[in-house]
Design a binder for this molecule. Structure first.
Ligand SMILES: Cc1ncc(COP(=O)(O)O)c(C=O)c1O
Length: 399
């Protein structure tokens, strides 16, 4: 095709679109392409018409993303999945796909992640949606709000951020469905290693794959796992609004996903050890960790999660500490990194009033129970004794 052509033409086409291989790469390659071509245009037409499987344009779908989507759907026990450029793009698209639009109402957990809270309390109300915030651990209040607000959707987290409250997803899904609402569960903190919301009635299970799924702190992304039926509106939304995950990011995330169970096992074992140690420390006023008997939903966590595993996230209050002391503590840590993320192989520490929950007013934070003495710890996969050693030294030195 290019023989005898000029250097300009050969530079563009040489080496591209070679013969179809009769081998399979062992690991999924990165399909770093925007478009896909078919020798027979009828095939392209068939893909556009949804009459045959295939790819036409990466905003509509890409084989690298599909590999990640299939893996996520499989691990979460859903029929399909779609990947997004960030967890927030996944939150936004799942709310729209669940039927949230002008004139409808929405029910959200009052202690949901800060940016999700902002979508529900500001962005959607400006577009004519009424949001009702509830404590989803109070099932009586939840059921009452369902019957008065008549929401089209409920959005909540399996393990809430940063107080680590556990939602009774099976009961909540049952109550919501009875009231005609779809259930969207952000499973970022739990991951399918601990809990699979779809298997317990949720309609949409979403992730910030930036966290445990990717796991290495090097790639932003989001995903929504759902049924074939719910997939159709979700796919229409991503085709229109384009919050796609790039193929290279999909590849990195897929690579991270392979070690999710290994990492989660270590995160959970380390976190339990760290939480127990923190609880016994004289300078710590309170520890929020579902694996501790002192946690208000410890029993529920035991019922929902595999025996002995409660996740890698902890928050704790330093006794009588002012903000300056908390900052000093965070700066004194050597192994644990003060960084605004979680779920990485590294141990990370964060001050919620400054970062994840900055969008909330001091009054809103107080209502949720996020005090100015609260520190959130994402326990990494390092040696537990060395994480504890770092905490012990920083607590001592930052007095
Ligand atoms: C529970 C939860 N959901 C969603 C998000 C948003 O994810 P992303 O930062 O990938 O947009 C975060 C981010 O921290 C989160 O913690």
């Amino acid at each position: 095709m290019i023989e005898g052509k000029s250097i300009f033409t050969r530079a563009v086409h040489a080496g591209e679109r070679g013969p179809k291989p009769d081998f399979q790469p062992v690991s999924t390659p990165i399909y770093q392409t925007v478009g896909f071509f078919y020798e027979d245009i009828k095939d392209l037409d068939g893909v556009f018409a949804n009459e045959r499987e295939g790819y036409v344009y990466t905003r509509y779908g890409n084989p690298t993303n599909s590999a990640l989507e299939e893996a996520l759907a499989n691990l979460e026990g859903g029929e399909t999945a779609l990947t997004f450029g960030s967890g927030m793009a996944a939150v936004h698209a799942s709310l729209l796909a669940a039927g949230v639009k002008a004139g409808t109402s929405l029910l959200a957990a009052y202690d949901i992640y800060g940016a999700t809270y902002a979508i529900c309390s500001r962005l959607f109300p400006e577009l004519g949606v009424r949001t009702h915030f509830v404590d989803v651990t109070n099932l009586e209040e939840f059921a009452k709000t369902l019957s008065t607000a008549k929401p089209v959707a409920v959005i909540l987290e399996t393990i809430s951020n940063p107080l680590m409250k556990i939602a009774d997803i099976p009961t909540i899904s049952h109550l919501a469905h009875r009231a005609g609402a779809k259930v969207i569960v952000d499973n970022t903190f739990a991951t399918p290693f601990l809990f699979r919301p779809i298997e317990h009635g949720a309609d949409f299970c979403l992730h910030s794959t930036t966290k445990y799924i990717g796991g290495h702190g090097d790639v932003l992304g989001g995903a929504v796992v759902t049924s074939r039926e719910n997939h159709a509106p979700l796919h229409e939304i991503i085709k229109m609004t384009g919050g796609n995950l790039g193929p290279t990011e999909a590849w990195l995330t897929l690579r991270g996903l392979k070690t999710l169970p290994l990492r989660m096992r270590q995160h959970c074992q380390n976190a339990l050890e760290v939480a127990r140690w923190l609880e016994g420390h004289p300078r710590i006023a309170r520890v929020n960790y579902p694996g501790l008997a002192s946690h208000p939903q410890h029993e529920l966590a035991q019922n929902l999660f595999p025996p002995g595993f409660y996740g890698g996230m902890i928050s704790f209050e330093v006794k009588d500490a002012a903000k300056e002391e908390i900052f000093r503590f965070m700066e004194t840590l050597e192994l644990i990194i003060p960084a605004t993320t979680l779920g990485d192989v590294y141990s990370l520490v964060l001050y919620p009033p400054m970062s994840s929950h900055r969008a909330l007013s001091p009054e809103e934070r107080a209502k949720v129970g996020i005090s100015d003495r609260l520190v959130r710890l994402s326990v990494g996969i390092e040696e537990a004794a060395e994480i504890i050693g770092d905490l012990e030294r920083a607590l001592e030195k930052s007095r």
